[in-house]
Design a protein around this ligand. Structure first.
Ligand code: GLA
Length: 708
């Protein structure tokens, strides 16, 4: 029997560190200068082979070019001219670290390499972790000022502290896949040839951002959904971030990333440490689809707080009532929603303070008397009696100037005293890095959850940071880290104190979706854009990293409020059923026929929900303008395919849709039409979609594996 190889190991004689995952291997070697250098990231190799691998030196070595292997975290000393993952300044003005390797620890899947500066009181631990059953390698750094806290050593200034630097192997070419967008158009997948240059992906906004996501994939330009090696990484951080991808002229591609954007500085005082977020990496040999599925499994098994729970069908009243909320109006909607099969009723913005519109009330988290004269308990009770749980929208990090909170604590907002504080959506950002603000927010939310019997919070954040000063603080840029950490702490604490509470991440749609926020939330509001045609593209990009159960997707009214486009109800449902289904329209205006159809479609969703939320996802592209997603149960028994054709063109009938994830030796029953298909035919020829004629055509196909 083969001995099981350890997940993580380190050989001090060879200086060789190895992380093994089921289908890949990550290896590095501590160089003669004490710096860990990248060795291999890809297919598994024997340790004996690894030991003999030469360092990956640059082919252009000369007195003008570094000849060393790429750093695991470049420390800004020696002949290193690329983007440095670690940039520090000591009290005497000296820059950069020069390491001595001072030890390692291995604990199951976790490896730590300890580096100590040769001259200054600085220690870095480069940390690596692999989890059983996952191909993802997690990396982070812990940096410590090692002088005694009561000593008189000067502070160390950190200009950059990345979580990790990654290196792709030598490839014939390099292509970068990444997600970009804006409000209402998040998660647009771009695949561009990587220029021979430094390419910066970043958010300077204090939140992850709509504009860029901290995920990227590198391939040689030939990978497809089903084939080709892909190296992808994701940063688990919900504040500002930066990833710099560097392709040099002789064919080396590295990227380094972490929290904070350029220009921020943090101070380490004697005895203090700073730990970075995790920057996770994944090598997959079988295309972008396999990469996404490996990420989805990782997020489900190792990131989400309660992956086993099913996401309920939500009804959210925002698009129906906007700020015009009242007890009677919400009850009317709740009654219809429960008849349609909704399991959770969420009252959105407008329920608190003097929140008649977006100019007032943010920060005052007590029910608006005019709208809810007897408070929120009667509504919560009514919702519970209807068999649904009750949820509330909150935006705890924000404040309107026109609010009791701002009048009492004008100093709580991010601001620079000598600059105008920019208002966006008439609001300012509270400085959650301040312990008093954090305590206020935690206690306020705790009260809201307890008093109104809330089991779901939609936690929103509708603007970016500007003039982000912290008057009087010795290390003001710390707020860019500590604000986010306070948000995390409050969410974690609320969950711990209220078992069963679920949190939906939101930031004006999908402005704060990343593996950091998903570690303490259950799903994310993907986009304020609920137009089903636009959503197909948004959901395609979202699914590159995030599993479908984290992707909140509502069916709303037609014409759509964002795009003005009219689409059939069934098409809207079929697109939203690809994620965590919700309803968001003005149900009082839906016809009896629409309500009947919606009830049937919600019931259909519940039948495929286990597959969508826990199965394996395969993105499919058909012909004739067809896009589709196939969800397969882990054991291959049950399958659901959602196919959409937004527009039709004369003479371009879609060909049968191939389902490559099925087993060619299997036999499958089309459950709703009692038709049998051979697996080989479905894989190689495809299934006839029989779409209705015209634009916005869609279909749900359910297949079950049966005995031949
Ligand atoms: C943000 C959210 C919306 C809604 C509004 C309320 O834009 O993304 O879903 O909650 O705020 O103001």
């Amino acid at each position: 029997m083969l001995a099981t190889l350890p997940l993580a190991s380190f050989d001090p004689h060879l200086g060789l560190a190895v992380l093994r995952t089921p289908n890949s291997l990550y290896a590095l070697r501590v160089g003669p200068d004490g710096s860990p250098r990248h060795l291999h990231w890809g297919a598994p190799l024997d340790t004996a082979v690894l030991a003999q691998l030469p360092d990956a030196v640059s082919p252009a070595a000369s007195s003008f070019e570094a000849d060393a292997a790429a750093d695991e975290l470049a420390p800004q000393t020696g002949p290193r001219f690329g983007p440095a993952g670690l940039q520090v300044r000591f009290a005497d003005g000296t820059r950069g670290a020069q390491w001595r390797f001072t030890g390692h620890t291995v604990d199951k899947g976790e490896l730590r390499l300890c580096l100590t500066d040769r001259r200054y009181p600085l220690r870095a631990e480069l940390c690596y972790r692999v989890r059983p059953g996952s191909d993802v390698v997690e990396r982070w750094v812990e940096l410590t000022h090692t002088s005694p806290a009561d000593g008189d050593a000067g502070p160390i200034t950190i200009d950059r502290l990345d979580s990790a630097s990654w290196t792709a192997p030598a490839l014939a070419d390099y292509r970068l896949s990444h997600l970009v967008g804006g409000w209402n158009s998040e998660f647009q997948l771009h695949r561009d040839r990587l220029p021979v240059a430094e390419t910066v992906l970043t958010s300077r906004r204090g939140v992850t951002s709509h504009q860029a996501s901290p995920w990227l994939a590198i391939d040689d330009g030939t990978a497809t959904e089903e084939q080709g090696a892909v190296w992808s990484t994701a940063l688990a951080w919900s504040g500002s971030w930066r990833i710099t991808v560097h392709r040099d002229a002789v064919g080396r591609t590295t990227w380094t990333g972490g929290f904070g954007h350029e220009g921020l500085h943090w101070t380490l005082r004697p005895g203090q440490s700073l730990r970075t977020p995790v920057f996770a990496g994944l090598h997959t040999p079988d295309g972008f689809g396999a990469a996404s599925r490996a990420w989805h499994s990782y997020v489900r098994d190792h990131v989400l707080p309660e992956p086993g729970r099913e996401m309920p069908v939500v009804y959210n009243s925002w698009e129906a009532t906007g700020f015009d909320v009242s007890h009677a109006g919400q009850v009317r909607l709740a009654r219809i929603a429960s008849r349609l099969g909704a399991e959770l009723f969420v009252l959105d913005d407008g329920w608190f303070g003097e929140r008649h519109n977006d100019r007032a009330g943010l920060g005052d988290w007590t029910p608006r008397h005019q709208a809810f004269p007897d408070g929120l308990r009667p509504l919560a009770d009514e919702v519970h009696q209807l068999g649904m749980s009750f949820g509330l929208w909150v935006e705890p990090e924000m404040v309107n100037r026109d609010s009791e909170l701002y009048r009492s604590h004008p100093d709580w907002v991010l601001h620079s005293p000598t600059r105008d504080a920019t208002e966006l959506r008439n609001q300012l950002v509270l400085n959650f890095a301040r312990p008093d603000v954090e305590t206020w927010a935690r206690q306020t939310l705790d009260r809201v959850v307890r008093d109104y019997r809330v089991s779901w919070l939609k936690w929103d954040a509708n603007r970016a940071f500007t003039e982000a000063g912290w008057d009087g603080h010795h290390d003001p840029d710390r707020l860019w880290i500590d604000h986010t950490r306070a948000v995390y702490r409050i969410m974690d604490r609320l969950r711990a104190d209220h078992p069963g509470l679920r949190i939906e991440a939101c930031a004006g749609g999908g402005g704060r979706v990343d593996l950091g926020i998903l570690a303490r939330t259950d799903q994310a509001w993907t986009s304020d854009n609920t137009d089903p045609v636009d959503r197909i593209g948004i959901q395609y990009g979202f699914s590159q990293l995030h599993p479908a159960r984290t992707m909140a997707a509502w069916v709303t009214d037609s014409p759509n409020t964002a795009t003005g486009r009219s689409t059939p109800l069934r098409f809207r449902f079929h697109v939203a059923m690809a994620g965590a289904l919700g309803l968001g329209g003005d149900l009082t205006a839906w016809s009896d026929e629409e309500l009947r159809e919606a009830t049937e479609l919600v019931a259909q969703y519940k039948r495929i929900r286990p597959l969508v939320q826990h199965g394996r996802q395969h993105r499919l592209e058909g012909t004739g303008g067809v896009m589709a997603v196939h969800y397969a149960a882990e054991d291959g028994g049950e399958h659901a395919v959602l196919a959409w054709r937004p527009t039709t063109r004369f003479g371009h009938q879609p060909a049968p849709l191939r389902l490559p994830a099925l087993d060619t030796s299997g036999c499958y029953l089309d459950v709703d039409h009692d038709r049998r298909h051979s697996g080989a035919a479905l894989v190689h020829r495809g299934i006839d979609l029989r779409l209705p004629p015209g634009d916005y055509a869609s279909r749900l196909i359910r297949l079950r594996r049966v005995a031949p």
